[in-house]
Write a protein that binds this ligand. Sequence first.
Ligand SMILES: [Zn+2]
Ligand SMILES: [Zn+2]
Length: 425
Amino acid sequence: MNKASLIACHECDLLQSETPLVEGGTGRCQRCGVFLYRYQSVPTAHDRTLAFTLAAAILFVVANRFPIFGLWVNGTLVEATLFGAASALYADGMWPIAGLVFVTTILMPSLNILAVIYLLLPLHTGGFPHRPEIILRVLRHVAPWGMIEVLMLGMLVALVKLQHIATVVPGVAIWAFGAVMVLLAAAAATFNPRDIWARIDALQGEGGVPHALQASAAAVTAARAGLFVCHDCGLLSKPLFADTHAGVCPRCGAVLHRRKPNSLARTWAFLFAAMILYIPAILLPVMVTSTLLGTQSDTILSGVVYLWTSGSWSLATIVFIASVVVPMLKLLSLVFLAWSTQLRSPLIPHKRTRIYRVVEFVGRWSMLDIYVITILVAFVQFGSIATIDAGPGSLAFGAVVVLTMFAALSFDPRLIWDAVESESE
Ligand SMILES: [Zn+2]
Ligand SMILES: [Zn+2]
């Protein structure tokens, strides 16, 4: 790879040349400090990622094949797999929640695992995958929606709640999911798509910025220099006509924009929808428990109070943070980011970029309650003795989590830095 090649930061758009790194070192943006690339020159570096992913694939099959836990009720053992739990919700008419659980814990992790194996297995055997650019693009869109680590916490919370009802035996799947979580994290930490892009360049004999551009591009952004940066592969390219606002990446064929199109308008739209739905999500019952003694409706908050009063104060705190504090802080942070960017404020760009990064990272943990409800509904179906059903609040809550994730994905943090640029003119 050409060591002095020019790259643009995906969060603040600053043009900078790659600095030579030690093996395994990471390159960060000179201005906003975001992780940009990892340097691996060893040709077998992909093998580690492949090994982690293959192990994760095998354990993921085990995790989905075996019950997550068993429940002893009146001398019989009630068991369910994760898919069985999602199916139980579907059968209850809660298909949006069932779909959300299926997509985030089964479909997206499967696609993630298959995509990485598809890319790295041919590299291991000395070949090259067919059309890797399409698979790399799929991987980029799939990765934020796989939530095995949140599911893992959800299973632990459900386990504690079920212990109040019956004797719970942890199943094979709960251990398997734990191992999948660790292996996928290790695979993600070692995966280096830049090396695959570099190999695509070498094969196609193109890529990189023309040399003349490198000299003139000191400390300006890609947009200022009239360049497009590809969201998918990171390639900088010069548009055919100087003043066009859209183009096609010459390397991977992705549609190019200088900034995410209508970023603020879309962020606001998702935010307003999420803010409206946050009210029923908090006020309406997310779970309805029917026993011989009557029915009891639980909102998110009363579920937290129940955990607290029954002695599980640490779990109560976790659920409170994940289900109440995180969605609220995420909404407020995104409103602050969208509003300050709308006003083109040049203030505290570093802090605002960091807020954006935190929001993107923690948002997924709000799915916790959705997983807990799914498992409780699947397990507590004891005919006339006791049943648990998902309440309407869970639909609103699931929608809030998805909408705020879309809002964060629509926001373009480079807009924060555009205001700083125009201020310094
Ligand atoms: Zn940056
Ligand atoms: Zn591209």
